[in-house]
Write a new protein. Sequence first.
Length: 279
Amino acid sequence: MRVVENVAEMQADVPPGDRAVVMTMGALHAGHAELMTRAREIVGPTGEVAVSIFVNPTQFAPGEDYQRYPRTWEVDLGICRERGVDIVFSPTAEDLYSGGMDITIDPGPLGTVLEGAVRPGHFRGVLTVVAKLMNIMRPTSALFGEKDYQQLALIRNMVDTLDFPLTVVGVPTVRESDGLAMSSRNTYLSEEERRTAAAIPAAISAATQAAASGASAGDVIAAAEEVLAAQEGVETDYVAITDPDFGPAPSEGPARLLIAAKIGPPRLLDNVAIVLAPR
Ligand code: PAF
């Protein structure tokens, strides 16, 4: 496994064939490992799997957790090695942003709702770094977790709209044994908060059951909200339903339920595919 820390060196490294890229901010966990496994399945034994590890400062607002975001370099390299990764790219912020931030990717209207409303500027930072990493690493495919569903939708929009020559692959969320979606930020939770956080997968499951028994979008949302409200220590940010591509909530058919809630300091996100019954 090669470790490349320099932008020019990575850019000069033209893949001989297919290259699947997994972009991360490090603090790798089983969810990232799953993305690497899927990446290998996509490119096969002769293709390359590349992982970027870069805690991107431009997607954190002042006062957010950029400084204390977990950095676990040696463990991360171990996970990459174990999953047969060929290249790890980990540039410095000075090198990656040597051209400044005068030119950025505007995420459009979808970047201003839900997570975008709570974290103004976040998706501009995400799309800009993802575009830069795509240009530098030149993947034929790039894999992202469905856990950050709005991020995935925005990356797909960017790649489609700006004609990036690669395929974006969404990979289902990997969960802890009690159903909590894997996230690097779960490490911020105290033991008690970690128990409280089980309310989120419980709300997801209540919503899924409500949809399966024919409830309307409003009642599905209410079912999830009720579970969250019943658990002390959960501060619900939003429970929302959209169509699978982030259009307005459909009255029936495939839809996506999204949850954001604060438990202690961290905001945790989750989402699930649901099908709304005809009315
Ligand atoms: O999902 C993440 O870890 C980050 O937002 C990403 C896509 C690596 C961009 O910094």
